[in-house]
Ligand binder design. Structure first.
Ligand code: EPU
Length: 430
């Protein structure tokens, strides 16, 4: 077991390089098995556990992997021979369900156990199933929560998503690229990683148009070929460092980003009185003392991302005045509030709303990372608090933030990863 120990109160200064996008990588890696060839994928955040687990899943179905350099992997899918992924693999990450679309696209058959991932409330997959069925597949949930999707032949179809779902949009794209005929996804998600996946598939020879809008049109092609591709920078990792810079009243250049992807975050920081300067591939965030209050409503892209909501709440916990957050995507994304209140924050949660009365400062405390972004929020809270904060359950943070200690230390933060003894087990022998 490991934890982070942070001595807070240091302003962050310097430059930080952003890694490849986790949520793009976990879609693009399984997409590589749609071709019967070799894909070389660059800018993969290879050291985060969601990515290493996704790579292991690929090996389990027969793909051969070769690490070319620290962030480049060659995926050879010629020997992929299994349509089955068991719960031992899928329990570790939500994105394991992309094997459903990818294997269905490759073999017209997929048997994949229901996924794990962050506990953000009920996470149904009805829209994924609706999409597969529109392509002519039969989908059953079998013993041991195995999702079994099968088709004689996948044929293009028309799908209207009842809710804007990133996962369903991606899964339907994966299943449809080699289907017979044309597929239209309406009310599709527009997140940057949807566009990145479409660009990757098109580089492999697919015919996808409209990614980044709410109507995606896919003309099925006979087959895909191998390719070389570089994953976009991580929008949420970049946003997290922007917030860390603002929260510590620092001055940080966040490098290797696509500023357009960060507009909803930049706009809110500006509203709070933080200086944000945009350049071609970097963004500079500079604190100007205590921030002003603001309201946030999380929405699908291009709205304010739910994956930045906990980090923003930390900043607003010390703002001048009262801020209101409205969570529009997940029903259970306020679990971090208890932890933040242990550090002195004043927050009342009522259903989807959180009302935050800005306090003067936070105090260090022992806290927990309840999920990935809650963990990121605890890091920011620890960096700006007076005294020492110890964060437990950091395995959640390791799922999505590459070299977080090294990157923050490079900006002057006092943060260490330390081993903690396993909890004492009481034997009942005798
Ligand atoms: N939904 C349904 N039915 C479905 C699918 C989704 O009702 O079949 C609902 C969900 O319950 C939720 C909403 O639709 O209320 C949006 O869910 P979506 O499917 O878009 O989420 P996801 O694909 O499971 C991805 C990211 C999440 C991020 C959300 C929203 C990946 C691997 N995960 O999840 O990222 O919060 O989109 O932007 O891309 C994270 O990185 O920390 C994370 C949780």
């Amino acid at each position: 077991m490991e934890k982070f120990v942070i001595n807070g109160g240091t302003e962050l200064h310097g430059t930080v390089n952003i890694s490849g996008a986790k949520n793009a990588a976990v879609a693009i890696i399984p997409a590589a098995i749609l071709c019967n060839g070799i894909c070389t994928i660059e800018n993969i955040p290879t050291s985060i556990s969601d990515v290493t687990m996704m790579l292991r899943i690929l090996e389990s179905v027969g793909a051969k992997l070769r690490l070319i350099d620290k962030n480049t992997i060659e995926i050879d899918s010629t020997a992929v021979n299994s349509d089955f992924v068991c719960y031992e693999y899928t329990k570790h990450l939500r994105a394991s369900y992309y094997l459903l679309g990818a294997l269905l696209g490759r073999f017209s058959s997929a048997r994949v156990a229901m996924p794990g991932g962050c506990d953000l409330g009920v996470r149904p997959i009805d829209q994924h199933i609706k999409g597969f069925e529109a392509l002519g597949a039969t989908v059953k949930i079998e013993e041991n929560a195995i999702v079994n999707a099968k088709a004689e032949e996948l044929t293009g179809g028309h799908v209207y998503l009842d809710v804007v779902s990133v996962g369903a949009t991606i899964n339907i794209m994966l299943a449809a690229v080699c289907a017979n005929g044309k597929t239209i996804i309406e009310n599709a998600a527009r997140e940057p990683h949807i566009v990145d996946l479409a660009n990757f598939l098109n580089t492999m020879g697919a015919d996808i148009r409209g990614a980044g809008t709410d109507v995606i049109k896919i003309r099925g092609v006979e087959e895909l070929h191998g390719c070389q591709y570089s994953i976009i920078p991580d929008q949420i990792e970049a946003g997290t460092y922007m917030l860390a810079a603002a929260a510590t009243n620092g001055d940080v250049i966040i490098n290797n980003v696509i500023p357009k992807h960060l507009e909803s975050i930049s706009t809110k920081l500006l509203e709070c009185g933080v200086t944000v300067e945009e350049y071609d591939e970097c963004i500079r965030v500079c604190g100007n003392g205590r921030v002003s209050r603001c309201n946030i409503k999380t929405m699908p892209h291009p709205g304010f991302p739910t994956d930045m909501q906990p980090q923003m709440a930390v900043l607003l916990s010390v703002a001048k005045g009262t801020s209101i957050i409205s969570e529009g995507i997940w029903e259970n994304r306020y679990r971090y509030v208890d932890q933040l209140m242990r550090m002195g924050a004043s927050i009342k949660v009522d259903g989807k709303l959180a009302v935050i009365e800005g306090v003067d400062h936070l105090n260090g405390a022992p806290v927990r990372a309840d999920d990935l972004r809650a963990g990121a929020a605890m890091i920011i809270a620890g960096l700006m608090a007076n005294g020492t904060t110890e964060i437990e359950d950091i395995l959640h943070i390791d799922r999505g933030y590459e070299y977080v200690v090294e990157k923050l230390t490079g900006l002057g933060a006092d943060i260490k990863r330390i081993e903690t003894p396993d909890p004492v087990r009481i034997s009942n022998a005798g």
